[in-house]
Design a protein around this ligand. Sequence first.
Ligand code: NAD
Ligand code: UDP
Length: 316
Amino acid sequence: MNSYRGKRVVVMGGAGFIGSFLCERLLRDGAEAVVVFDNLVTGHRRNLAGLEGDARFDFVLHDVCRPLTVAGPVDFVFNLASPASPIDYAQLWLETMRVGSEGTLRGLELAEAKGAVFLQASTSEIYGDPLEHPQRESYTGNVDPTRPRSVYDEAKRYAEALVSAFRRSRGVSTRIVRIFNTYGPRMRLEDGRVVPAFIGQALRGEDFTVFGDGSQTRSFCFVDDLVDGLVKLAASNVTDPVNLGNPDERTMLSFAQAVRDAAGGGGKIVFKPLPEGDPKQRRPDITRAKTLLGWEPRVPLDEGLAKTVAYFRALG
Ligand code: NAD
Ligand code: UDP
């Protein structure tokens, strides 16, 4: 049974990296309409190029902090609107806080008015610099509200609280997904995240810039796997937060080697200062997603990196 056949779906932030793959997946799954609201602050229309000729698809250039209007019924609202890379939100301090708070409010108001399911894209960043490892959904985090990354962490934490309040007080059917580091084609080469940074360096034959001593860890999930989890979660009845990510944990030093294996490049590793508040370790416990959604990632790192490198290579 396909949960999206004939459904009408709104994707806030749909012109971004993850959102554009989500729109494609929803239309492949038979959605009757997919409407994107995006102000293109970090996204781009070219991410949606493959959908522009589809009569079921509509793009609205719109800041989601302003009220959202959609004609006719809506079955699902996915809220992915937010800068997501540390250098993006360090240039968009207030915009990041506004979209996490006012933008989420606008999405919830739309879902309430239409009787739609609302899915909030939260983040592993709500765990801060985690003292529990791997991170389960029950962990409440180690977050400093005034460090530079706090604009993102705290906006996402507030959004989770707002979503929970709408569920309790207004009866809106809500889902919360805590997304761990996700990568794939359509990331921006210059967005500062480690995957495009290392791939760009490899393709240009430059040195790899490892921050700190490179012992900090992340766990990288390929975008197709992540999107599969998003559609499964929205279609489920799970209202508690759910981690989605790939538990394959790497140090940044070993990750630089994995990128070198995938992309070539003769550059050496150079060490740069660790950004303030950079979490030391991160790996999702995905027991809840496995048990309740029957979801787990399928794409191994070498395969996902090969696809991502091919994308960046084709850009020239
Ligand atoms: P992205 O920057 O590529 O996409 C975000 C989209 O939101 C962009 O198209 C941007 O233009 C849009 N947007 C931002 N503010 C807006 C506003 N006020 N009005 C309308 N549109 C607005 O980022 P992404 O990597 O695709 O992330 C998507 C979502 O997933 C974000 O909410 C992010 O916090 C979350 N997330 C991503 C990751 C990851 O590893 N990529 C990890 C955790 C959480
Ligand atoms: N990082 C790095 N070199 C870079 C960019 C990032 O070593 O050129 C490190 C960064 O310090 C962090 C990890 O890679 O420890 C992941 O960074 P990213 O910005 O991709 O994601 P986040 O920190 O939000 O998990």
